[in-house]
Each structure stands twice: as C-alpha cells, then as structure tokens.
Design a protein around this ligand. Sequence first.
Ligand code: FMN
Length: 162
Amino acid sequence: MTMFDQRAFRSALGCFPTGVTIVTAPNPGGDPIAMTVSSFNAVSLDPPLVLFSVKRSAFSLPVLLEASHFAVSVLRGDQTEISARFAHAQGAKWAGLEPRFGATGCPLASQGLATFECEPHAVHDGGDHLIIIGRVVSFEVEADGEPLIFFRGGYHSIAARA
Ligand SMILES: Cc1cc2nc3c(=O)[nH]c(=O)nc-3n(C[C@H](O)[C@H](O)[C@H](O)COP(=O)(O)O)c2cc1C
C-alpha cells in the first residue's frame, strides 16, 4: 500500500462544502444521543431514503444502531453553537437545552431548516465509519431560512450571486 497522507486527504475532502445536521435518537439509558453530522445525503425518493456515515468510535453509535427511530435536523446559518455543542464526544450535550419531540416521538435537537425522522433501513461497512441508511417516515420543512455550510474546516453562509 502506498503511503497516504491522511491530513492532506482530510483537507482535500474539506474542499467539498456540505450542510450541517444533528442526528438524534432516543436513549433508554439516559439523555437522547445527539451528534453533529455533515455526511448527510439524499439517496432515494421511492422509497424515501437518506444516508449519513458515523465513525465507528462514536459513543453514540451503539445506541443509534439499536434505535427504532432516529432523526436528522438540518441546521440554519445561525446555529453554529448547536453544531459545536453536539460535536463534543459524550459530556452534558443537552445542558440548558430541552429536546423537542417529532411525530414519531423521536427527540429533535433544534428547529432547523428541515427535519427527517427515519426508521433504520440498512447499515453498510464504510471503513472506519458505518454508512447508515434511514427510511424517512416523517419530515418537516421551513419555507424560509439559509443553511449552515461547512467548508475547509470552518462555518460559512451562502452568499447570493450578483
Ligand atoms: C461540522 C462537523 C461535521 C461532522 N460530521 C460528522 C460525520 O458526518 N460523521 C461522524 O461520525 N462525525 C462527524 N463529526 C464529529 C462528531 O460530531 C463528533 O465526533 C461527536 O463528538 C460524536 O459524539 P459522540 O462520540 O458522543 O457520539 C462532525 C463534526 C463537525 C464539527
């Protein structure tokens, strides 16, 4: 195998701008799990499928894999604090913040641009991550608002083209 500069690879991947989401799921043993996730993407319209990848070392992963439902909330441009809050491993992620609950009873992290509540559909090997595919059973969408963008390791907002 050729030597692979992981840091350079990570930087190269960071050239692809993404939105930012919070993935949440009920946790019978404690606070709902919640983690910041930028690997979210659409997969299929029929059936309605979405995906994201979760690193195998994430503390949230065992609970997520057992959950009957999980939710993905797409953050607005002014929600960098929420993104930072749920990007820290474990800890008191919900301190001072109450989850709201969606149509499926799944805890939701924020009133973002859109929320997708999912049933588990499939889990695939993704190297040091697992690729999780959810079947969307309920969703909410806001008519207005700008997304939070993650690009080259930092937060950005969409600028209108002149
Ligand atoms: C903008 C941003 C995007 C992220 N995207 C992902 C992702 O797609 N998958 C992932 O596993 N971790 C991602 N992370 C890192 C997790 O949010 C972080 O590891 C979190 O601490 C996991 O929490 P846990 O270990 O308590 O489960 C991202 C972090 C940031 C700041």
